[in-house]
Write a protein that binds this ligand. Structure first.
Ligand code: WQD
Length: 356
């Protein structure tokens, strides 16, 4: 099939946090979106209904979203989805992403993330779909050797967990694929720290169990679900001793994917290119807690605890290449990240699990 004029995009893992938020600006930009997800980390809908995040997106965009409950490890089912749609491109979000868990079950992370990606790329090749946006992570940089982190920073060195290594291996597979077939054009997006929620408050980060990440944990303390947050170390060489990260509003991140897709469709290029998506600003744990307390009007109780294994002191990016190559830059502030998170957490104190 000739997909050169198609605007139909497949989102693997599109029922997840980043994927579901990305559907919105894609549809607003005129794309037709098809979502594939195995629902291992997304709230299922009622019998015969789309997963809850997808139903919420449908309310926001005012049109149905095609959804397939398919696992990337199920080659035949995956291939059948490609038989049904003339995809111009794939945005590949699907994968396990809990850093701590990946140290306990690395083989699962490599099977799901790496083997799943190989299946996807093989099916794409067989259907002549050779434009890809890949959801990678700043963790491929390991312990920063310099700051701000540019795309030329070394990758794959001293990676401490299976999650980071899986992302690094997939980036390498993509490079080899592009070297073997010059028709491929791939944009690798290295996310810094995605946080926040859609400003409507009906879509947000909905972690299962105890949140691994700072922002959802802070939000759950503010809403009263958890008594206190442990601050993992206050003896780092940073502004106040606590860890500094480059937090990026989920809607800025979502819009970054649209910019990447438009580049894939409009530029006469090939090969694989990696781009940092971040704000270029770093905020400490205590600065985030303070901002969240301000916007929510709730005191966020915290206690200083030991450092967390694998954490670095500071990580934030040089975002200038995203600006020059994609014409994209983050617009939303830390205050907006906290305001939108608080609106979501207040509307859904238990996430989607108990409220549809
Ligand atoms: C941020 C800061 C913690 C929780 C990870 C992945 C990355 C991406 C985002 C997937 C650090 C501190 C946290 C808590 C705390 N995930 N913290 N108490 O570790 O920078 O990045 O999540 O794509 O790939 O590596 O994010 O939110 O876990 O931590 O003090 O209860 O908050 O020490 O300084 P991180 P995080």
């Amino acid at each position: 099939m000739d997909n050169s004029k198609s605007k139909c995009v497949l989102l693997t893992g599109g029922a997840g946090y980043v994927g579901s938020h990305t559907i919105i600006p894609l549809i607003e930009s005129g794309y037709e979106v098809v979502v594939l997800d195995n629902l291992s980390n997304a709230c299922k809908g009622d019998e015969g209904q789309n997963p809850v995040p997808i139903s919420q997106v449908e309310k926001l965009v005012g049109k149905p979203v095609t959804f397939y409950n398919v696992d990337l490890l199920d080659y035949d089912s995956l291939s059948k989805v490609f038989d049904k749609h003339n995809f111009c491109c794939v945005i590949h979000f699907a994968g396990l992403k809990a850093v701590g868990e990946s140290c306990i079950i690395p083989l699962t992370y490599y099977r799901v993330n790496v083997s799943g990606s190989i299946n996807l790329f093989q099916v794409m090749k067989e259907h002549n779909v050779k434009k890809l946006v890949f959801s990678s992570s700043s963790t491929v940089y390991g312990e920063p050797q310099f700051l701000p982190i540019t795309e030329s920073h070394p990758v794959g060195q001293n990676l401490l967990n299976g999650y980071a290594k899986s992302k690094y291996y997939i980036e390498g597979i993509i490079q080899d694929l592009c070297n073997s077939d010059k028709e491929w054009f791939v944009i690798i997006l290295r996310y810094f720290n995605p946080v926040g929620a859609h400003p409507s408050g009906i879509l947000g980060e909905d972690p299962t169990g105890i949140p691994n990440n700072l922002m959802p944990y802070v939000a759950q303390v503010a809403v009263g679900n958890r008594p206190c947050i442990n601050v993992f170390g206050n003896d780092y060489n940073t502004v106040d001793g606590t860890g500094v990260r480059d937090y990026l509003h989920i809607m800025d991140l979502a819009e970054g994917h649209v910019s990447a897709l438009q580049k894939l469709q409009n530029a006469d290029e090939n090969g694989a290119i990696a781009i940092n998506l971040g704000t270029g600003n770093g905020y400490s744990v205590l600065q985030v807690i303070d901002m969240f307390s301000q916007v929510s009007g709730q005191k966020v109780k915290y206690a200083i605890a030991d450092r967390r294994a694998g954490d670095c002191a500071s990580s934030y990016c040089d975002a200038s290449f995203a600006k020059s190559y994609l014409g994209w830059e983050a617009k939303r502030t830390l205050k907006e990240m906290c305001e939108d998170t608080w609106r979501w957490q207040s509307l859904y104190p238990q996430g989607f699990s108990t409220k549809k």
